[in-house]
Write a protein that binds this ligand. Structure first.
Ligand SMILES: C[S@@+](CC[C@H](N)C(=O)[O-])C[C@H]1O[C@@H](n2cnc3c(N)ncnc32)[C@H](O)[C@@H]1O
Length: 203
């Protein structure tokens, strides 16, 4: 599902920069951070923010049009506990302080099916190395995907990196209390596609 370029997105983001977070601000954040990398059009963080008003959520997204959609939801639904980083998650994970992320959500991450592109996966070694550093002792990485190949690849990577898998299902049906459906998830569930999910933590 490719997101069609929308010329309104960039000026909208500039106009509402009070709802975005810069890399410099990211570097100053303290535990507990609640983060989704690759938030797409923002359904997940906006819903989570509405359901958990005492928690601040941050979405990270590098596609400007998707950022526009996320920010539109945040602004129009008057969400005060969600912000957006416009840019690459790779930069974000480099600047976040050690042990400061309580929840890291990876929802329906791009599968990058060609082997030569595997390094771009959000569950590749370089990312996992940083996740291990930034996740708190009581923190969790929660990964959901429809893509079986990406799931098995990621599971291997999580195990190789020394993270502990505390929950794993290849048919995630009933949503956990601290979860909500993403845009992609809604589409896949409507088509009867099985959702894979794992939760990892530091050992
Ligand atoms: C397949 S979409 C899923 C969107 C949303 N999480 C959902 O489940 O509906 C993956 C999103 O991740 C974003 N993405 C991929 N790699 C990224 C990166 N390194 N940094 C930030 N965003 C990234 C893409 O631009 C895309 O919007």
């Amino acid at each position: 599902m490719r997101t069609k370029y929308k010329p309104w997105a960039k000026p909208f983001i500039e106009e509402h920069n009070d709802k975005t977070i810069s890399l410099e601000e990211f570097a100053l954040l303290e535990y507990p951070i609640y983060l989704e990398i690759g938030c797409g059009k923002g359904q997940f963080i906006v819903d989570m923010a509405k359901k958990n008003k005492d928690i601040s959520f941050i979405g990270v997204e590098r596609n400007v049009t998707c950022c526009g959609f996320t920010l539109k939801k945040i602004v129009e639904e008057e969400i005060n506990n969600a912000k957006l980083f416009v840019g690459d998650g790779e930069k974000v994970v480099e600047v976040i302080k050690d042990n400061s992320v309580k929840y890291l959500f990876l929802n329906f991450s791009d599968p990058w099916p060609k082997k030569r592109h595997n390094k771009r996966r959000l569950t590749h070694d370089n990312f996992l190395k940083q996740y291990k550093r930034i996740i708190s002792d009581d923190g969790y990485i929660i990964f959901k995907t429809d893509n079986v190949e990406l799931f098995e690849f990621s599971l291997d990577k999580f195990i190789e990196s020394g993270l502990e898998i505390v929950s794993l299902t290849r048919d995630y049906q009933q949503l956990d209390e601290f979860d909500t459906m993403t845009e992609y998830e809604t589409n896949f569930r409507n088509k009867g596609v099985k959702i894979n999910r794992l939760i990892a933590k530091r050992k």
